[in-house]
Design a protein around this ligand. Sequence first.
Ligand SMILES: O=C(O)C(=O)Cc1ccccc1
Length: 187
Amino acid sequence: MNVILGVSGDIGSFSEEAALKYIEQSNLCFELKYLIDIEGVLSSLSENSIQYGIFPVVNLRGGLVKTAFEAMGKYHFKYKENISIKIEHNLITKNEVSLNEITTIVSHPQAFAQCQKYLKSNFPNIEYIEWKNTALAARNLSDGLFPLNTAIIGHKKTASLYNLKIREEKIQDELQNLTTFIIVENI
Ligand SMILES: O=C(O)C(=O)Cc1ccccc1
């Protein structure tokens, strides 16, 4: 049976990127399971349907990942190790939308926190919607869940994965935008 590493994101999320880097560095063989958010990871771990989990806990610009601390207070688990990755954010829309037509941006709260300066100077008066995960936002935009004039902030690979278009690259406030993820296991 394969050992499963639960990811707090969808395909194309930053948590997936951290998981892939962890697998490469540790030389361990894991199957990834996409559990969308931190609650999904920790609940699956407590039910023993996964053996390990990975999720973000802190970023220098965005601060503590609030949802991580809320979920960590609800479950018992063991800390295994941590890994930090450099995160680059991108503004992504459907193919037919131009920048001046954007009325809404959907993303994970950490993405908004890490792109504050960019958003304040470029989109001061639009609607912001917090979503469970950046890659899920991309998938849902592609599926037509949001109005056409919606952008998401996420990993550049979500554009090709979900048939979307990158409008602006590297929009994070810090060039070296490191986020730390932790790998956890059952007690
Ligand atoms: O939403 C994601 O893709 C995540 O993995 C959570 C996240 C979001 C923004 C920065 C770091 C982690």
